[in-house]
Ligand binder design. Structure first.
Ligand code: PLP
Length: 444
């Protein structure tokens, strides 16, 4: 058999791909007919495909390549770590320098007393950790009935059984026997689609108060935690009304439940501060992180846990949970170098006060387009809700997602990667985006 390299013709690579590779979140038979776009290399914010096209990656891969592509120092750090200690576990009373250094760094960056890090291989399994951790915590406190976790419709918390159950994606729940027990969902703060005649602020308060009603319905003694993304990402970049998070925080403070902020997308600068929790003044007991933690250069996720929860669980004996790759030395070394670059190159500042304001100005002008009902942006996360009738915020007659798919195909053909969620178009570009990149993005 021929060696499979970048030099094979695109059609041949596509045929081999569809013969043997099952793609996530993809209709395999349809892709086999069309052929996947084969990405061969990347630098900065630009991808190159197997036909030599230069594509602006306005999704930073899967919302993860925060520092952009092509940093040599990360390759060097990874190679050095692979030579020195490619693997060792952190299970049975052993540790290593990269995991110690990264944990210290995350404790320094994370707000409040989030000082303890439990590692996973990505965001989904970090959320699995959270499910077990919060229930184990309450059991250790002598409150074993506090088990139910409240989440939100249209949230995304991963693809594992627990992650997808925490998520509120009905399309995922319909496949494979989800959700698992003791997870319930309340409404999302999506004013554009669901707010009707209410003002955004009224609607934000109403949706937050659903949490209080759900706690009352279940009984506080049965509720372990509330989990939410500061800004829902995969749900379509749902930027909540300003009234939403202060009310949620007030409700969490008034009741004995833990607050988990899923920062897998919002973390590491995307909202213009290091964490979405800082942008919205949220005080979580646990933060889920992944993606921007390594900018996708190596797989890694983590739960960053407050003193009270970590110390209680620590005193309660073995926590019977962990992954072979928890605290993988190469991933930890890569994550540390990624965070060093993020800080040294002032990328969070780029989002907050350099390129961010210009992107916001240009993005919000798109609201003047006849098919755009709403153009919203926070930091480097943005959405365009498309509609045939702006005043009514009406959906298209075609089944939901048809127009989004066409628009996404148009962008793809024009060498711009945007994503569509239903009939919303979304972006989450690398944090190194410059003014001239913004011009190209808006033009395309
Ligand atoms: N949580 C959020 C908010 C996410 O956006 C994602 C992935 O997109 C996950 C969890 C799951 O992370 P992973 O795909 O690394 O398992």
């Amino acid at each position: 058999m021929n060696m499979i390299t970048n030099h094979l013709p695109t059609a041949e690579l596509q045929a081999l791909d569809s013969a043997h590779h099952m793609h996530p979140f993809t209709a395999g038979a349809e892709l086999a007919r069309k052929g996947a776009r084969i990405i061969t290399r990347a630098k900065g914010v630009t991808l190159t495909d197997s036909d030599g096209n230069q594509i602006l990656d306005a999704m930073a891969g899967l919302w993860c390549v925060n520092i952009g592509y092509g940093w040599d120092s990360i390759a060097e750090v990874a190679a050095r770590q692979m030579r020195e200690l490619p693997y060792y576990n952190t299970f049975f009373q052993t540790s290593h320098v990269p995991v110690i250094a990264l944990s210290q760094k995350l404790a320094e960056l994370a707000p409040g007393d989030l000082n303890h890090v439990f590692y996973a291989s990505g965001g989904s399994d970090a959320n699995d950790t959270n499910v077990r951790l919060v229930r184990h915590y309450w059991a250790a406190k002598g409150k074993p009935t506090k088990k139910t976790i409240i989440s939100r419709m249209n949230a995304y918390h991963g693809s594992t059984m627990a992650g997808a159950s925490l998520g509120g994606m009905t399309g995922m729940h319909a496949q494979g026997g989800l959700p698992i027990p003791d997870i319930v969902h309340i409404g999302q703060p999506d004013w554009y689609s669901e707010g009707g005649e209410m003002s955004p602020e009224e609607f934000g308060l109403m949706r937050a108060r659903e949490l209080e009603a759900k706690i009352a319905e279940l009984g506080e003694d049965n509720v372990a935690a509330f989990i939410a993304e500061p800004i829902q990402g995969a749900g379509g970049v749902i930027i909540p009304p300003e009234s939403y998070w202060p009310e949620i925080q007030k409700i969490c403070d008034a009741h004995e439940i833990l607050l988990i902020a899923d920062e897998v997308i919002c973390g590491f600068g995307r909202t213009g501060k290091m964490f979405g929790s800082l942008t919205y003044d949220i005080r979580p007991h646990i933060m889920t992180v992944a993606k921007g933690l390594s900018s996708g250069y190596a797989p890694i996720g983590a739960s960053i846990v407050c003193d009270e929860v970590a110390n209680t669980v620590g005193e309660a004996g073995d926590f019977n949970h962990g992954y072979t790759y928890s605290g993988h030395p190469v991933s930890c070394a890569v994550a540390l170098e990624n965070l060093r670059i993020l800080e040294e190159k002032k990328m969070v500042e780029n989002v907050a006060s350099v390129t961010g304001p210009y992107l916001k100005e240009r993005w919000e002008q798109l609201a003047d387009h006849p098919l755009v009902g709403e153009a919203k942006i926070k930091g480097f996360m943005a959405s365009l809700a498309m509609t045939p009738n702006k005043a009514a915020r009406a959906p298209f007659e075609a089944p939901k997602g048809t127009v989004g798919l066409i628009a996404r195909g148009h962008c793809f053909g024009g060498n711009l990667i945007m994503r569509h969620v239903g009939d919303r178009m979304i972006i989450a570009p690398p944090l190194i985006l410059s003014r001239s990149d913004v011009d190209v993005l808006i033009e395309r």
